[in-house]
Design a protein around this ligand. Structure first.
Ligand code: MTE
Ligand code: MO
Length: 219
């Protein structure tokens, strides 16, 4: 078949150039840097440590992760059972309510979706409470806990997650402020209705969307 000559109006020329430039595409790729950084945040290249001040030392031999509440199959996993779950890698940005953000963190661990496939949320489960080894708690909707890029991380940048950052395992939910990403995670409880965790009882927002600057509960 012979090549049909394409009409070369001014518009088609422009459209071809837009296509080459990826113009009007939405989503992260090609987004200007100013839109990648949520309002009121500044970029850091180090990784600050923030917690209640007690960094629990958890022996791998006594470590456990429990999943309970509104699930069909409550889980109690030791380290070997947790490591035997399907492993995933995610790359994501961190946005802390104290205004620092850190781009392109490479996590490895178990995706929250894969864990939920084992526990099987009941029909009426809509929220999650996370409880950590230092007594910290935080809450979020089940849909956010199950986000595509949410991960129960055991490694960061190819190295085992250090104790100060929540090792041996922490949650990472990158689309919410980082206080929702519980370090030293011990229990995951699915609930029918929302309940406030530690910071949420102390003035922080129940949801915590960095793009809407949901820092404090009176916002
Ligand atoms: N178990 C536990 N998880 C926690 C906290 C905590 O005090 N205890 N602090 C939260 C807060 S406020 C932030 S900003 C991040 C900090 O994580 P990082 O120290 O790895 O930067 O952890 C979150 N997860
Ligand atoms: Mo924080």
């Amino acid at each position: 078949m012979a090549d049909e000559p394409l009409p070369d109006s001014k518009l088609t020329t422009s459209k071809r150039r837009w296509a080459a430039e990826g113009k009007f595409l939405t989503g992260r790729v090609g987004r200007p840097e100013t839109e990648r950084l949520p309002p009121g945040q500044h970029l850091v290249t180090n990784w600050p440590v923030l917690d209640l001040g007690t960094q629990p030392h958890i022996e791998i031999s006594s470590w456990k992760l429990e999943v309970g509440g509104r699930v069909e199959t409550p889980l109690s996993l030791d380290w070997a059972a947790f490591e035997a779950l399907e492993q995933s890698q995610k790359v994501s940005d961190i946005h802390c309510v104290t205004t620092w953000s850190r781009y392109d963190n490479r996590w490895q661990g178990v995706s929250t979706r894969d864990l939920l496939d084992h526990a099987m949320p009941k029909q009426d489960a809509d929220y999650v409470m996370l409880t950590s080894y230092d007594g910290y708690t935080t809450n979020l909707p089940l849909a956010d806990f199950a986000a595509d890029d949410a991960i129960l991380a055991t490694a960061w940048e190819g190295q085992p997650l250090s104790r100060d950052h929540g090792g041996p395992m922490r949650l990472v939910v990158p689309h919410l402020y980082f206080w929702k990403s519980a370090k030293w995670l011990r229990r995951i409880d699915l609930m029918k209705s929302d309940k406030a965790g530690f910071w949420e009882k102390n003035g922080y927002h129940m949801y915590g969307d960095p793009w809407r600057e949901q820092r404090y509960s009176d916002d």
